[in-house]
Design a protein around this ligand. Structure first.
Ligand code: ADP
Length: 410
């Protein structure tokens, strides 16, 4: 499936995001001037249920196709349906590469890579670092490799952007023998931070190259401190549980709480995993919802408490990240909550006025690009993230390399 695009000249890249019960895709086309444009996106929801459901949108977000199954279908069948749908959409062109987002590169990988059988085996050794996420993605890669042996597959790691963190910031106060086994801080949401930091360079060089915090506030949430465009610290550590309070994840937690739960609440590792990943955060604190919109609309005092805690944790972590940077020049909001909730942004900025964040309330309400006053010592921005595009860009670069190597061998 790799050859026909040479005839047409145009290259196409699919990005596949394998979630716990979904397979999302985005399809990008390379333009004559080397940009990537999204042509369609969508995916299959309800994997594992007896009603999987496929939906596809065009680049204006209009529904262009859908399909329902009435029985539980194996992942292999659904993935084959998805790839065939993409191939039909592209015909007579073909996919140049498929890109995957992988949570953890561990200490093995700090750059996007082309998947080879050897790399695939190495990636399997990283499963214990992200047991909920990594196996799903590996299964998708395996299935595609078996069905389409010539297909170029690329893996991008959410940890890579933080490879520039100084060694001291990576250490936990644990014995060296455990650090050597990989028990250290990594940081996540790297593809989002990489994309936003690149965009910032087109918009404001001072913000892009100064001391800057990017707050990725979505259902998963973390913040990254950058100096000179490079990550120096982040709120997430060994796993994507640390740092901020998230939709259903707890965020920063005293390890003594884990010991207590093990010893006195009779919890085992599986119970803890469910509690900390799926039952905590905004959902756990409010008892109502993991969605900020629901909590905003609720009169229940627990909803208010959950939102207050979310803001409080962002503010506390900002102080810590500003210390890691040695000051602060710019603050960027991104992802679902960061991009779309003027109330949360206002509450955060209000509690950070001591650090020099002066919000322009009108610009914030309107969701403008720059939302700080002209005299604000720290500039404040809203920049939509686009992790899929970042993966497609890596895919375009690496698949060109893959083609060159293939032709050399031929
Ligand atoms: P992810 O990609 O991690 O699933 P997103 O970045 O899409 O998450 O963010 C999803 C979250 O954004 C939702 O759970 C919701 O809390 C929040 N959100 C989305 N739209 C709004 C809005 N208009 N106002 C407030 N919060 C919003």
């Amino acid at each position: 499936m790799n050859d026909a695009h040479h005839l047409s000249g145009q290259r196409f890249f699919a990005v596949i995001n394998a979630g716990s019960s979904s397979l999302k895709y985005s399809l990008f086309a390379e333009t004559d001037d080397g940009r990537l444009e999204r042509k369609t996106d969508g995916g299959i929801e309800g994997i594992g249920s007896d009603k999987p459901y496929f939906i596809a949108y065009d680049d204006d977000k209009y529904k262009m196709d859908e399909h329902r199954w009435t029985t539980c279908e194996p992942l292999e069948t659904l993935l084959a349906f998805l790839i065939e749908w993409i191939e039909n959409f592209l015909a007579p062109n073909h996919l140049s590469a498929v890109g995957h987002r992988m949570l953890h590169g561990g200490t093995l990988y700090d750059e996007p890579i082309i998947v080879t059988p050897e790399i695939l085996e190495n990636l399997r050794t990283l499963v214990p670092l992200a047991p909920l996420h990594q196996p799903r993605i590996l299964k998708v890669i395996d299935t595609l490799a078996a069905r389409y042996p010539g297909l170029c597959q690329i893996v991008c790691f959410d940890t890579s952007f933080h490879k520039t963190n100084p060694p001291i910031s990576r250490l936990y106060g644990l014995p060296q023998s455990l650090t050597d086994k990989g028990l250290q801080r990594y940081g996540f949401h790297g593809l989002s931070f990489e994309y936003v930091s690149m965009e910032l360079k087109h918009i404001d060089m001072h913000a892009a190259m100064g001391k800057t915090i990017i707050a990725h506030l979505g259902s998963g949430a973390s913040m990254c401190a950058m100096v000179g465009g490079k990550s120096v610290a982040s709120t997430m550590g060994f796993s994507a549980l640390d740092g901020l309070v998230m939709g259903t994840r707890c965020g920063q937690l005293d390890p003594g709480v884990i010991l207590y739960l093990l010893q006195y609440e009779n919890m085992n590792a599986h119970d803890l995993e469910t509690l900390l990943y799926q039952e905590s955060g905004l959902l756990g604190v409010s008892g109502i919802s993991n969605d900020v919109r629901d909590l905003m609309a609720s009169d229940d005092p627990a909803a208010k408490t959950a939102l207050e805690l979310f803001v409080y944790r962002v503010v506390r972590e900002t102080g810590s990240l500003a210390a890691a940077c040695g000051g602060l020049d710019a603050f960027v909001f991104t992802a679902g909550i960061g991009e779309r909730s003027p109330e949360i942004r206002a509450a955060i900025c209000e509690q950070l006025d001591w650090l020099g964040l002066e919000l322009d309330e009108r610009a914030n309400r309107l969701g403008e690009l720059k939302i700080s006053t002209d005299t604000s010592p720290v500039s404040i921005w809203i920049l939509p993230t686009f992790e899929e595009l970042m993966i497609a860009r890596h895919g375009a670069r690496l698949s060109a390399q893959y083609e060159r190597e293939r032709q050399k061998k031929a």
